[in-house]
Design a protein around this ligand. Structure first.
Ligand code: FES
Length: 176
C-alpha cells in the first residue's frame, strides 16, 4: 500500500476500495470472536474458503472472519449477506451443504436456522431472532461487517476517520 500523506489521500484510497466492492455480492461472515473460535470457527472459516475455491466461486463470494455479533452461546455463528441469513452452531461438515444450497441454489438450510423453543418457528434473518430483535447495536455495530485481519475492510467502512484526522493534525504540528 502506498504511503498516504493527508486525510484527502486517505479518502481517495477509500473511494477506490469501495468502487471495487459490490454490496449485492454474497459475503459469508463467520464470527471469529473468542467464543466461536473455541467452538470451532477457525475450521468453519477454512472449510468455507476451501469449498468456495473448489466450486470456482472465489471471485464472486467473499468469506470473512468477523467480530462477535453477540449470540456466543449458539456459535459458531454464520451470517450470509446481503440476505442476512443466519446459521447457528455451524460445523465444518455443514459447509458443503450451505454452499450448495444457500450460495448456489438460494435456499436456506432449515436445520441450521434459529428455532424458537416455544413456537418451533424458524428465523431466517439474524434480525428476526428474539435475542437481536430488541437490540440496537451501537459501539460495535460494524464489527460484523469487517474481517479483523483486513485493513481494507476497516478503511472501507470509514472506521479510520476520527483517528486519522487526529493523527494527521498531530503530524501537522510536528507532534509525530
Ligand atoms: S464469539 Fe461468536 S457470537 Fe460471540
Amino acid at each position: 500500500m502506498a504511503q498516504l500523506n493527508s486525510p484527502e489521500e486517505l479518502e481517495t484510497f477509500r473511494q477506490e476500495l469501495l468502487s471495487k466492492r459490490d454490496p449485492s455480492a454474497p459475503c459469508i461472515s463467520v464470527c471469529a470472536g473468542a467464543g466461536c473460535v473455541a467452538s470451532g470457527a477457525d475450521a468453519v472459516i477454512a472449510a468455507f474458503k476451501a469449498e468456495i475455491e473448489k466450486e470456482g466461486l472465489t471471485a464472486k463470494v467473499d468469506t470473512k472472519g468477523t467480530g462477535c455479533p453477540g449470540f456466543c452461546e449458539r456459535g459458531p455463528v454464520v451470517v450470509i449477506y446481503p440476505e442476512e441469513i443466519c446459521y447457528l452452531q455451524v460445523t465444518a461438515e455443514d459447509v458443503p451443504e450451505i454452499v450448495s444450497q444457500t450460495i448456489k441454489a438460494n435456499k436456506t438450510v432449515e436445520r441450521l436456522l434459529y428455532q424458537d423453543p416455544v413456537t418451533g418457528e424458524r428465523a431466517v434473518r439474524e434480525s428476526d431472532i428474539p435475542f437481536y430483535k430488541n437490540q440496537k447495536r451501537r459501539l460495535l455495530c460494524s464489527n460484523i461487517k469487517i474481517d479483523s485481519k483486513s485493513i481494507d475492510d476497516y478503511l472501507s467502512i470509514g472506521g479510520y476517520s476520527a483517528l486519522s484526522k487526529a493523527l494527521f493534525q498531530l503530524t501537522d504540528v510536528g507532534f509525530l
